[in-house]
Design a protein around this ligand. Structure first.
Ligand code: ADP
Ligand code: MG
Length: 737
C-alpha cells in the first residue's frame, strides 16, 4: 500500500517538470514518406510517431496500456480528444469562500493526519492548508494513503466544496500537487478536459499524459497545405489541438473541432474521389452508345410516361453508358419510385449497343419479381431476360448458362448464384446491383471484371431503396456519382399514418376490419418472432397471430410469416397472402422487402418505437401500392424523446429523403457509416448533421487538389497524401497508379 502510494506521488511530481525538445524544422522538412518508422502511416515527422514512453511520467507499462486503447504514439495521444470539459474557474482566496460554494483554491499544506471515525470502514484525512488570505481545513474521504503522500510544504491545487459550519472546511473533489516550475492546475483549474477513458487508463492519467505532451502538441505538424488553409480560414492543426486540450475559453474548442472535422472530411473526400477517378481513368469500359433502336421501343410501349425525375436520371445514365469510362453510379429512390423502369432502359441501351446486361439482386423472391417486371417492360422490344438462381434445376440452369456464354441471353437476372460457379458472359457491358449494400465489394468487382470485348470493367449501376441524406451519400458513397428519384410516380397513393394510443386499439381494429370487409388485406408487423425473446414485453408475431385469429379477427383468415420459419413455410405464407387466400398477415420485418401485394391497404405496426425510422418508412411502403389509398396504424407508447421525434416525423411526412435527414439529425451517422465498404468506417471528429457546409467545402477542395496534383506528389501535399493512405489502408497504391 505504502509503496504504491509513493510511486503514485512520484509520478505526480515528475509529470509536472516536463521539458522536451522538439525539432524546430518540424513543419518544413520532415516528410513522413521519406522515412519508414514504427508507425509508417502517421503523417508527420518521426517524433510525432514517437513512443509514449518518451514522455516524462509515462513508463513502458502505461504506454502499453495506452496502446491497448488505440493510443500507440504521441500523435495518437494528441488526437485523443476530450469529449467535454469541467468548467472550473481559477484559484480563489480561501477567506472569500461562501458556505456551500464549489471552488478551486491554491494552498500550502501545513499538516495532515488520518482521523478515525465512528462509522466502520470510513477513514477521513484532514489537512490544514493556507494561502495568503488565511487558513482552512481540507477533508478527503476514504483516501487514507494521502496522509503518507502529501507532505507539509507541498503546494496544492484543490477543487472542493466549502462548508462554513461547524468549522470552515473544504471537502475535496480533486486535488493535485504542483511541482517545481509548474504553475497551473491540470485537474483542478480552468476548463479541465475529460477524456474518453477506460479502466486501464483513467481520465486523470490521460490528462497528465496529454499535459506532459504539451510541447509536442504545440508543434503538431500541419497536414493542410497553405493554399487550402488560405481558402477555408481555419486555425492551424497545432492551434486546433492545443485549443482542444488546453482551451482558454469555452469557444476555442468549437472552432478547433471544426478545423479537425474539415481535415477529416477532406482526407476522406480525397480518398473517395481518387478511387473514383482511378476507376474512371485507369480502367476502360465498353462504350454503349444509345441508338434508340431498342430503347425507343421500350419507352413507347410503357403504359405511362416517365416522370421528369425518371427522364433526368435516365439521360444521366445514357450519357454515362456511352462513354469508355466505367460508370459508377448510385441510383436512390424509394420503393415504388420507379427505378426499375430506369434500369430496364439502361439494359435496353446495353443491348442495342450489342452488349449484355446483368442484374444482381439479394434474394430469390426479388429476382423472380424483377424478372417478371423486366420481362413485361422489355418484351415489346423482343428481349427475353433469363433468370439464374440456385432454385433453377440443374439441366435448365446449364442451358441458360450456355445462352449467357454465347450471348443469346441479352439480359440476365440473378442472385449470388450468378457470382459463384461457372457463369461466363459473352459480352457483358452493364451490371446493375439492386440493394447494393448487401453485396461485398469484391463480389461486385468480380462480376464487373468479367466485362467483355477487351474492356477492363463493366459499367456499374447500384440501386438502393434506402434514401440516404446527400451528406451521407457523399461520405459513404463518395466514390460514386449519386442520382436520386425523389417522390413517387403519379397515381401513387400516399399513405396516411396515424400514431395510435393503446386506449384506441379497439377502434383501430374496427378500421382494419372495415377494410377487410371491403375485400382489402392488411399486415400486422411485430418486432419479434416469439414470446420471451429477450424476455421483453414486446409483441411477438406468433402470439399475436394466435390472439388476433381467436379474438378480434376471428371472422377472417389470418396468416403468419417470420424469419424463424422454414423458408418453404414462409414462402407459402407470403404466397397465400399475395394470392388473397389470407386476409391478414401477421409478420416480422421479413415483409420489409420483396413482397408486393397491391390489394393490401392497411398496415398495423406494433411496438413501433423498436424500429428505426428508415425501417418504419420502408415497412409502410408495402401498402398503398395499388389503386386504393393506404394507411398505416402505428402503436407505440410515448417513451424516450428520440422515439417520439421519430414517430412524429413518420406521421408528418411521406418523403423518405426528408425522413432520412431527420434520422441523421436524431441519431447521427453512427451505424449508417457501415454502408461504406472501403476506407475508414467511422468519423472521429466530424458529424454529418452538423458539418454539412464543411463537407461540401471539403469535397470542392478535394477536387481542386486532385485536378492540380492527381497523385498528390507535390511536396506541400505530402502529409495530406500520407493521411489519405492512412485512412484507406486497403488501397495503398491508390495514389501511385
Ligand atoms: P422501384 O423499382 O423504384 O421500387 P418500380 O420501377 O418497380 O419502382 O415502379 C413501381 C410501380 O410504379 C410499377 O408498377 C411501375 O410500373 C409504376 N411506375 C413507374 N414509373 C411510373 C410512371 N412514370 N408513371 C406511372 N407509373 C409508374
Ligand atoms: Mg424495385
Amino acid at each position: 500500500m505504502a509503496l504504491g502510494a509513493t510511486t503514485r506521488a512520484r509520478c505526480h511530481k515528475r509529470a509536472r517538470v516536463a521539458s522536451v525538445s522538439v525539432p524546430e524544422d518540424a513543419f518544413g522538412t520532415a516528410r513522413a514518406s521519406s522515412a519508414r518508422r514504427a508507425h509508417p502511416h502517421r503523417p508527420g515527422p518521426a517524433w510525432w510517431s514517437a513512443d509514449l514512453s518518451q514522455l516524462p511520467g509515462v513508463g513502458p507499462a502505461t504506454a502499453r496500456r495506452a496502446a491497448g486503447i488505440g493510443i500507440g504514439d504521441i500523435g495518437a495521444l494528441a488526437e485523443h480528444l476530450p469529449t467535454r470539459y469541467l468548467a472550473y474557474d481559477s484559484a480563489r482566496p480561501v477567506s472569500g469562500l461562501a458556505d456551500g460554494e464549489e471552488a478551486t483554491i491554491r494552498v500550502v499544506l501545513d499538516s495532515i493526519a488520518v482521523v478515525p471515525t465512528r462509522r466502520r470502514g470510513l477513514k477521513i484525512v484532514r489537512a490544514r492548508v493556507h494561502d495568503d488570505s488565511g487558513a482552512i481545513t481540507a477533508v478527503w474521504f476514504n483516501q487514507a494513503y494521502l496522509a503518507g503522500v502529501l507532505q507539509p510544504g507541498d503546494e496544492l491545487m484543490i477543487r472542493g466544496q466549502m462548508k462554513a459550519r461547524p468549522q470552515r472546511q473544504v471537502t475535496v473533489k480533486a486535488h493535485e500537487v504542483l511541482g517545481a516550475g509548474s504553475s497551473a492546475g491540470v485537474h483542478t483549474e480552468g476548463l479541465v478536459p475529460v477524456y474518453p477513458a477506460t479502466e486501464a487508463l483513467p481520465a486523470r492519467k490521460l490528462r497528465e499524459m496529454v499535459d506532459a505532451a504539451r510541447p509536442y502538441v504545440r508543434a503538431a505538424p500541419e497536414i493542410l497545405p497553405t493554399w487550402v488553409r488560405a481558402r477555408v480560414s481555419l486555425p492551424s492543426r497545432a492551434d486546433a489541438l492545443m485549443a482542444m486540450h488546453f482551451p482558454r475559453s469555452a469557444r476555442e474548442p468549437r472552432s478547433a473541432r471544426r478545423r479537425l472535422a474539415f481535415e477529416e472530411l477532406l482526407v476522406l473526400q480525397l480518398g473517395l474521389i481518387a478511387v473514383r477517378r482511378h476507376e474512371e481513368f485507369a480502367r476502360r469500359a465498353m462504350a454503349l452508345p444509345g441508338t434508340g433502336e431498342v430503347t425507343d421501343r421500350v419507352r413507347e410501349s410503357l403504359p405511362f410516361t416517365l416522370t421528369a425525375e425518371q427522364q433526368r436520371v435516365s439521360r444521366q445514365i445514357a450519357r454515362d453508358l456511352a462513354r469508355e469510362r466505367p460508370m459508377r453510379r448510385l441510383l436512390q429512390g424509394e420503393v415504388g419510385a420507379g427505378k426499375t423502369v430506369v434500369a430496364a432502359l439502361a439494359c435496353a441501351q446495353a443491348v442495342e449497343a450489342g452488349a449484355q446486361a446483368a442484374i444482381l439482386v439479394p434474394t430469390e423472391t426479388l429476382a423472380e419479381q424483377h424478372l417478371r417486371t423486366l420481362d413485361a417492360l422489355l418484351a415489346p422490344a423482343g428481349i427475353a431476360p433469363v433468370l439464374i438462381t440456385g432454385n433453377v434445376p440443374r439441366a435448365e440452369r446449364e442451358r441458360r448458362e450456355m445462352a449467357v456464354a454465347t450471348g443469346t441471353a441479352q439480359v440476365v437476372v440473378g442472385t449470388q448464384a450468378l457470382l459463384v460457379g461457372g457463369v461466363r458472359f459473352h459480352r457483358l457491358g452493364l451490371v446493375i446491383v439492386d440493394e447494393q449494400h448487401r453485396f461485398g465489394v469484391e463480389q461486385r468487382q468480380a462480376l464487373a471484371d468479367q466485362a467483355g470485348d477487351g474492356a477492363d470493367a463493366a459499367h456499374l449501376l447500384y440501386m438502393t431503396a434506402t434514401p440516404i441524406p446527400r451528406t451521407l451519400a457523399l461520405t459513404a458513397y463518395g466514390d460514386l456519382r449519386v442520382s436520386a428519384i425523389r417522390g413517387r410516380p403519379p397515381g401513387r397513393q400516399d399513405i396516411a399514418t396515424r400514431w395510435v394510443r393503446e386506449e384506441q386499439r379497439d377502434e383501430a381494429y374496427e378500421q382494419v376490419r372495415a377494410e377487410l370487409r371491403r375485400g382489402r388485406q392488411a399486415y400486422v408487423i411485430c418486432p419479434m418472432v416469439a414470446e420471451n425473446e429477450a424476455g421483453t414485453a414486446a409483441r411477438s408475431a406468433v402470439e399475436e397471430a394466435r390472439r388476433l385469429a381467436e379474438g378480434p379477427f376471428s371472422a377472417f383468415r389470418v396468416g403468419l410469416a417470420h424469419g424463424a420459419q422454414r423458408p418453404e413455410d414462409r414462402r407459402a405464407a407470403m404466397a397465400a397472402f399475395a394470392a388473397g387466400d389470407t386476409d391478414l398477415l401477421v409478420a416480422t420485418t421479413v415483409v420489409e422487402v420483396g413482397i408486393d401485394v397491391p390489394n393490401a391497404t392497411v398496415m398495423v405496426i406494433e411496438d413501433a418505437d423498436r424500429f428505426g425510422l428508415a425501417q418504419l418508412h420502408q415497412l409502410r411502403g408495402r401498402v398503398g401500392r395499388g389503386e386504393h389509398p393506404g394507411s398505416c396504424l402505428v402503436f407505440a407508447e410515448p417513451g424516450a424523446e428520440d422515439g417520439t421525434r421519430r414517430l412524429e416525423a413518420l406521421v408528418q411526412t411521406n418523403d423518405g429523403f426528408r425522413l432520412a435527414d431527420i434520422d441523421l439529425d436524431i441519431r447521427g451517422e453512427g451505424s449508417i457509416m457501415g454502408l461504406r465498404q472501403s476506407g475508414p468506417t467511422d468519423l472521429r471528429f466530424a458529424r454529418l448533421s452538423r458539418d454539412r457546409r464543411s463537407l461540401a467545402q471539403a469535397r470542392r477542395i478535394a477536387k481542386v487538389a486532385l485536378d492540380r496534383d492527381p497523385r498528390l506528389e507535390h511536396p506541400e501535399h505530402a502529409l495530406l497524401a500520407d493521411a489519405v493512405r492512412d485512412a484507406f489502408p486497403d488501397m495503398p497504391r491508390l495514389l501511385d497508379a
